[in-house]
Each structure stands twice: as C-alpha cells, then as structure tokens.
Design a protein around this ligand. Structure first.
Ligand code: GDP
Ligand code: CA
Length: 313
C-alpha cells in the first residue's frame, strides 16, 4: 500500500510516473483542496481535477493546466454580461464543475464521493481522496505597494494578480476544525511508503498538513515518508513556490525544503543539478537521494517514481 500527498500539476506528473511502477489500486492519493473556490456558483477543485485529467491522459500539456482540445466560448460569452473572466474555465472543464456542484448541492454528496465519481468516469484506477470534505480555503495576506494589507483568495493572488503582490502571511481558513476525509488517516497509517509529491510546500502540501491528525500521522511514520523536492537549481520548476517560501522563512533550496519537512519526512529526493546541496540536506537531518527529477517525459517521471520508492524500500 502506498499513500501520496498531492497538489496539482507537479504532483499529477509524478503520479503519472508512479502508476507505471505500482499497481494503481495500491495507491491512495490525498489531494489538496485549499485551492478550491466557487466561480459562478460552481465548486471548482483545481488540484483534484489536474490529477484526474493528467492520469486520464486528457490534460493539456502545452497549456500546463486544464483539458486538451479545450475551448473557452462560455467564458467569452459571459463577458457580454460583464462577468469577470480572469479565472478561465474551459467549456469541457465546466462539465466537471457542473456535475460536482449538482451532486453536492442536489444530492447532498460529499466532495470525497463526487471525487470518486469523477475519477471513475475518467477510468482512474488509483484512489483519489480530497484531504477533507469540509471547506478549507487558502488565504494570502499581501502587502500592496501603497503600504496597505489585503487578504486574497489563493486564485485571486495567483491567477488574477499573477502572484505579484508581496506575501506577508498564508492561512488555511477552516483547517483547524476540518476533519480528514474518510480513509485519509487510515491510508497514512497503513501505507508501506508515504510520498510527498513534488508540489508547492506552502500552498499545496501545507493545507493537507494543516488538517488535524494528518501531520501527526506522518510524524509517526517518519521513516516511511519520502518527499520529492519541487525546487531545482534554486527555483520552482513552475508556479509561485519561491514567492511564498522566501517570505515565510523557507529557503528556496533543497535544504530549505528539508528543514521545512524534517519533522515528518526522513528522505528527500533532490535533483542531480543540486547534488552539491546533498550535505546541507543531510545536515538538516534528512537523508538526501540524488537523481534526475525534472519530469520532461513520462519515462523520466516513471524513473523518478521508481527511485523515490526504492529510497525507502
Ligand atoms: P499546482 O497546484 O498545479 O501548482 O501544482 P503542485 O503544487 O503539485 O506543483 C507545483 C510545484 O511542482 C512547483 O513548486 C514546481 O516546482 C513543482 N514541479 C513541477 N514540475 C516538476 C518537475 O518536473 N520536477 C520537480 N522536481 N518539480 C516539479
Ligand atoms: Ca494548486
């Protein structure tokens, strides 16, 4: 049995490699829902959907998010009515959000139930769980150039504001009283190996760890926890991890990630470009494993997954 903590695209690429080395039915993925948001009354779960679409082989690899062959006619049509279109929802993608919202509001289904339905419809063989069925929302407190503070939803900061406003603080609203989704703690307790995917440590892995019980479960299993470093050569491969890590005092380096994860993670897989950082990772009390981690192809992702599992075998 294997468990994985996952954000969106970085995690999805890694998981696409993992399912090539392990029987998918042995894998339980715990996905971040701190990025979830409501748009036009629809419940959007960006990270869960990135995983589903990628594993289904239906993701838009050029664009880096969403579905392949996507169009945006509905969003364009909405601008006629003056509706904001900064969060681009594709015409095909909207079907997922409509289905999710109808099941939750109309049928009273939980997010975990709908996530399973969506995954089944895309013929995923692994178990995909949201971290919680409760509402947890990542909120970013920023400093405006005029000196004022503003609290933005994660998507407002990242997409609408292009991650430009300086970050002062990150909160996971609702996490303190949220309960892990059914099966989450069980999966962490029973897994032979727990993988922390190459995901944003602050806003993808952070919200999952903030759900009561999850961090403690990892601490108990520390020896069996292995993370893949999302930082290569001093920068994230894509996305705003550095814009969040640095202001929160997490060095944008393998050692910074190691110090951030050390309490609950015994092994960190770092990139061969960062081989010189291995000693600093070890000094943080985490065992470094050096390999190619830039997932330029499904083949490299599979090799990375294999190496990650071997690191704790
Ligand atoms: P998001 O929710 O879509 O931003 O996805 P994640 O949090 O899962 O992924 C974002 C993180 O994945 C970023 O910090 C990237 O640096 C990292 N990432 C993306 N692709 C790769 C890759 O090929 N290799 C490694 N090591 N990290 C990656
Ligand atoms: Ca995300």
């Amino acid at each position: 049995m294997l468990a994985a903590l996952a954000g969106g695209v970085g995690a999805a690429r890694f998981l696409a490699g993992l399912v090539q080395c392990v029987d998918p039915s042995e894998i339980t993925v715990v996905g971040n829902t701190g990025d979830d948001e409501e748009f036009f009354g629809l419940h959007v779960s960006p990270d869960l959907d990135s995983i589903t679409y990628t594993l289904a082989g239906a993701s838009n690899t050029e664009q880096g998010w969403g579905l392949e062959g996507e169009s945006f006619r509905t969003m364009h049509a909405l601008t006629r009515y003056g509706e904001p279109n900064w969060f681009n929802l594709g015409d095909l993608d909207l079907a997922t959000h409509i289905f999710r919202t109808r099941r939750m509001r109309g049928d009273g289904a939980t997010l975990a139930e709908v996530t399973a339905d969506v995954a089944a419809a895309w013929k995923l063989d692994l178990h995909l769980l949201p971290m919680t069925n409760d509402s947890v929302r990542t909120r970013i407190t920023c400093a405006r150039s005029d000196g004022t503070r503003e609290v933005l939803a994660m998507q407002e900061w990242f997409v609408r504001e292009r991650a430009e406003p300086a970050v002062l603080q990150v909160d996971f609203d609702g996490a303190g009283t949220a309960r892990p989704a059914p099966g989450v703690l069980d999966a962490l307790d029973r897994a032979d190996t727990i993988v922390i995917c190459p995901s944003n440590p602050i806003i993808s892995i952070g919200p999952i760890l903030a759900i009561p019980g999850v961090r403690d479960a990892l601490v108990r299993r520390r020896d069996r926890v292995v993370a893949v470093c999302p930082i290569i050569d001093g920068a994230p491969v894509r996305g705003p991890a550095d814009r969040l890590m640095a202001p929160l005092g997490v060095e944008v380096s393998p050692a910074g990630v190691a110090r951030h994860y050390r309490e609950f993670c015994a092994t960190l897989v770092i990139d061969e470009r960062d081989a010189a950082h291995a000693e600093a990772v070890r000094a943080a009390g985490v065992r470094p494993v050096v390999t190619e981690t830039l997932m330029r192809s499904p083949q490299i992702a599979a090799e990375l997954a294999q190496c990650t599992l071997a690191a704790v075998a």
